[in-house]
Structures are given as C-alpha cells and as structure tokens.
Design a protein around this ligand. Structure first.
Ligand code: FES
Length: 354
C-alpha cells in the first residue's frame, strides 16, 4: 500500500473515483478515490422505445402462462388417465413409471412456465431504471406510509399490470390452476380401507402351512417349547400381494401342556395344547419373534411389548394396547386347519376398531 492508501497493483482506471461517469450526481474528483461513482446512464431497451417489441414481449409472456395452464390440465389428465402400473422406456432413464414421468414433466413445465413468464415480464416490460433511495428511520411515519403507498401505486403502474390485461389475466389463470395439482393429489388419501383392516385370509377349513418349509402342518410337527410360524394354505411368496397379505395373516404356534393354559376360552380354541396367535404385534405391527418357553411369553423386538400365550395372549408388559388375537384351530385328516377366521382385527389399533 502507498501512503495515500491506494494499492499499487490496481490499475488506476478501475478505481471508483477515477472512473468516467455520465451520471449527474456522480462525484468525479480525482482527489477522493472513495467517492460515489453514481449510477451508469440508463439505456433504454427495445421494448421501452418500440411498441411492437413491447407487444411481442407481452405475447411471449402470455404464451408462457398459457403453456403453464395447459401443463396443469395435462397434469390432472395424466393423474386420472394413466394406470399406475404402466411403465415406459425413457432414454437415458430406462424403464420408469409412466405416471410418475408424466406428473413430473407436466408439473415441472407448469411451474417453469410461470417462473419464465414472470422473469421475461420483469426483464422486458417492467421498468428497469435504477434508483437510489436514502436510508431513513424504521418508524413508519404517516408521510412514510403515504410514500410507500405512492411507490406501490407507481410500481403497479410501471409493471403495467393494469394496462397489460392479457398478461394479467393469463397470469391469474396460471396461478389459479397450479394449486389444483396439489388438490388432485389428495385423492391418494383414499379410497377408504373398508373392511380390509378387519379381515384376513383365514377362514374355516384353511390349512396351516409351515412358513419355512411350505408344507401343511400336522399336530406332531409342533413340539413343546418351539415357536412355529404359519401362513394360510394358498398364499405363495410369488403372489403379487404376498407382503400385504402376510402382514395380516402371519401366525405363530406353540404347544403348551393343556393344564398350563390358564384361559378357558383359549383352551377351547386350541388343539392338543397347540395354540395359534397372530404374529403381528398389537402396538404398531412389528412381527413378534422371541419366545420364552418356560413362561410362554412372547416378546416384540420393537418396543418390548410382552404377551402371555398361556393366558389369552394378554399384554403383561409394554406399550401394546390389547391382547394378541387368537385363531381357533382344529385338526382334519391329520392336518391343522382353521376352525374359523379371526374374530377381531389383527395388528395395531385403529380409530374405529372398537
Ligand atoms: S410394535 Fe411391538 S411393541 Fe411396538
């Protein structure tokens, strides 16, 4: 740095105080290198001086807003018309969901066109003159409020909202239609589950199949002290809805000495001491997997709810709200089968469970 505070490496012509200015308020004193250089002279755009250019810009902006409206309508039409399971090949993405692709494309186009229209409007038609404003106290004095209102009116006038009715109307149309995209997505909240939460694939006569071996279970397959998992006969892993169905149908079987079964109702629904309970925790639906054979307690690994399988599946510890549902089982032709379906909904509580 020199004695005057000027950096030796900076070319003199780039220093603010020495730059040529065409602005009336600019300070051009070579003595003060920190002087306000002022604003550069305003250059009029083609749209400022040529009415045809302004109308061209107006039509471009309106076109973008109209494209946005069309894209929003296309978004809604795609949502209604394209099946969720349809896939399309899109290079370079490969095979993707046609519905997701169409929704993304149309919503993206709708939002992009609103943004592009607003930017083009601001860059070509709204006033682009730079103005300097002095700092003033934060307190909003009456005259300040009056000035704000006047500035607002002036801004509205300069933005030509009132005069350019085509832009204004198409912009309102585009902005009014875009939220519809969100409204139609509310449809995904439905349909209501109906009685789906209350029913499973268990019903009278359905055999119990070992979930590991895929073979129908016989009473002699269930040893004292073991925990066996079962599914209804006919439910195969390559079934498209297997995951959804097994989340309700999963069953666990234990054999308890009949004299150790405390609950009389449970005893009457068992077969030779074999009891079958839903494997789905009644707290928030984790699969139960830990069995303590001495106490006949099963433990849910998620939040440690503990159920007593010798006492009607009663909750003895943890956050679960109600006992595990029991399946009434019997034996026919040497195989275990359901004597009826579950008499209450399996899994976590829900609002109208009762
Ligand atoms: S899901 Fe079983 S205790 Fe929470």
């Amino acid at each position: 740095m020199s004695e005057t505070g000027r950096h030796e490496d900076v070319p003199e012509e780039t220093l603010p105080g020495e730059r040529e200015t065409a602005h009336e308020g600019a300070v051009t004193t070579a003595e003060n290198p920190f002087a306000d250089p002022g604003l550069p002279p305003h250059e009029h755009r083609a749209q400022d001086i040529d009415d045809r250019a302004a109308r061209r810009s107006e039509r471009t902006v309106a076109l973008l807003f109209v494209v946005s409206m069309i894209a929003t309508v296309a978004f809604i039409a795609s949502y209604v018309a394209i099946p969720i399971e349809r896939n399309v090949y899109i290079w370079p993405l490969g095979h993707i969901s046609a519905l997701n692709f169409a929704l993304g494309l149309t919503l993206g186009a709708a939002l992009f066109c609103i943004g592009a229209g607003a930017v083009h409007w601001a860059r070509t038609l709204m006033s682009d003159e730079e103005v300097a404003d002095e700092r003033h106290p934060i307190e909003a004095a009456p005259e300040v409020k009056a000035k704000v209102m006047a500035d607002f009116a002036q801004g509205a006038k300069e933005s030509q909202v009132g005069r350019r009715k085509l832009i204004r109307n198409t912009m309102f149309g585009a902005l009014a239609l875009v939220p519809l995209s969100g409204v139609v997505l509310l449809r995904d909240l439905g349909p209501l589950p109906g009685n789906k939460l209350r029913t499973t694939n268990w019903k009278k006569g359905v055999r119990l199949v070992n979930q590991s071996t895929n073979l129908p279970l016989r009473p002699e397959d269930i040893a004292v002290g073991s925990l066996t998992f079962a599914k209804p006969e006919g439910l195969e892993e390559d079934d498209e809805e297997f995951a959804e169905k097994i989340a309700k149908d999963a069953l666990m079987l234990v054999r308890i000495q009949p004299q150790n079964i405390k609950d009389k109702h449970e005893l009457s629904w068992s077969h030779e001491g074999i009891v079958a309970y839903s494997k789905i925790c009644t707290h928030v639906g984790c699969p139960i997997s830990l069995y303590e054979q001495q106490t006949h307690h099963v433990l849910c690994p998620c939040h440690q709810s503990t159920f007593d399988l010798s006492d009607g599946g009663r909750v003895i510890f943890g956050p679960a709200g109600h006992a595990l549902p029991q399946l009434h089982i019997t034996e026919k032709d040497g195989f275990l089968e359901a004597a009826s379906g579950f008499e209450e909904p399996v899994g976590p509580s829900f609002w109208e469970r009762g």
